[in-house]
Design a protein around this ligand. Structure first.
Ligand code: GLN
Length: 220
C-alpha cells in the first residue's frame, strides 16, 4: 500500500466560531492549516473545515464576504470538507427549524434539524462509536447541536446517538469527501476525526495526481 504523507493545506472557514481550535488540531495532525475569509484564500486550500458557531451568522457573513457562491462551487467541484455542528448545518442540502431562507453551502444530501436536541438538553456529552475510526467510542460534546433527520442514498451514516431520548439519531455522516459531525471533536483533545479528514484530503490529492506516493507535491 502506498503511503501518502504530504502536508495538505487545510483551510478553516474563519468568519465566526471555534476557528482557533480547529487550526490547532489540524496542525497537530500534520496538515498546514489556514484561516479562510476570502475567495482567493479558498482557492488555495486542499480541504476545508467549517467550524461550529452560529450557522445563521456564518451564512450571513459568508454572503457579505462574497464567499457563499465560491464555497458552493468549491464543494460541488469536489473540495473535501468537514463540518462540525454549525458546519454540519452549512454543508447540508436541506434544513428544518432554520429561519426561512437561511442559505447553506450544501454538498451533503441530508436534511439537518437545527437545535435538534431541544431546550432541556441544550448541551451534553456522550460517547459515539464512529465507523472508520478505530480505538473505541469518541467522547462527543454537543452544544445546541443539530442532527441529521434524513439522509439520501449516497450518504454513509458514520455515527448515531446511543441511549437516552435521542437514541439512534444520526450525528455523523460522510458523502464522498464531505464529512460532518453534530459534535465538536476540536474541543476534546481526541484528534481521530480530524485525522480521518486529513487522510481524506491526502487521498483526494493523491487521486488527483497532485502528490505522489511518497508525499511529494507535483507541479500545480
Ligand atoms: N445551534 C447552532 C446553529 O444553529 C450550532 C451550535 C454549534 O455550532 N455549537 O448554528
Amino acid at each position: 500500500m502506498s503511503t501518502v504523507s504530504a502536508r495538505p493545506v487545510i483551510g478553516v472557514l474563519a468568519l465566526q466560531g471555534d476557528v482557533r481550535e480547529h487550526l490547532a488540531v489540524l496542525r497537530a495532525e500534520g496538515a498546514e492549516p489556514r484561516p479562510v475569509r476570502r475567495p482567493e484564500e479558498l482557492a488555495e486550500v486542499d480541504g476545508l473545515v467549517v467550524p461550529g458557531g452560529e450557522s445563521t451568522t456564518m451564512a450571513k457573513l459568508a454572503g457579505r464576504f462574497g464567499l457563499l457562491e465560491p464555497l458552493r462551487d468549491a464543494v460541488r467541484a469536489g473540495l473535501p470538507a468537514y463540518g462540525t455542528c454549525a458546519g454540519m448545518i452549512l454543508l447540508a442540502d436541506r434544513l428544518v427549524d432554520a429561519p426561512p431562507g437561511q442559505p447553506t453551502v450544501g454538498g451533503l444530501d441530508v436534511t439537518v434539524r437545527r437545535n435538534a436536541f431541544g431546550r432541556q438538553v441544550d448541551s451534553f456529552e456522550s460517547h459515539v462509536e464512529l465507523a472508520g475510526v478505530d480505538g473505541g467510542p469518541l467522547h462527543a460534546v454537543f452544544i445546541r447541536a443539530p442532527w441529521v433527520e434524513q439522509a439520501g442514498p449516497g450518504v454513509e451514516v458514520l455515527g448515531r446517538v446511543v441511549g437516552g431520548p435521542a437514541d439512534g439519531r444520526i450525528v455523523a455522516v460522510r458523502q464522498g469527501d464531505v464529512v460532518a459531525t453534530s459534535f465538536h471533536p476540536e474541543l476534546t483533545g481526541d484528534r481521530r476525526v480530524h485525522a480521518l479528514f486529513v487522510d481524506i484530503v491526502r487521498r483526494h490529492l493523491a487521486d488527483a495526481g497532485r502528490i505522489d506516493d511518497a508525499g511529494r507535491r507535483g507541479e500545480p
